[in-house]
Design a protein around this ligand. Sequence first.
Ligand SMILES: [Zn+2]
Length: 94
Amino acid sequence: MISKQKRSRVYKKSKQKCVFCGSTNKSKFTIDHIIPLSKGGSNAIENMQTLCQRCNRDKGDELNYVFISREFKHVIKFLRIKNNKRNEISTTTT
Ligand SMILES: [Zn+2]
């Protein structure tokens, strides 16, 4: 159980927003362990960050960098799809 005081310090450290998506909806904030406790992470403030419920669920038990690189892949995929669509359009018009 994280004390109210500790919680507000983590929020402050994370600039009162979800560190992944930037959501400022405080009612959806959760405290996330950067290195999960199951992977040897500690309960120190330095190992905590603010995540919204959605990002926390998406992150699951993975380490930060894994999560980010996975997200980044999504972005690349998205851009590729967009580019493909553009190519399709240009090939059908020529
Ligand atoms: Zn979020």
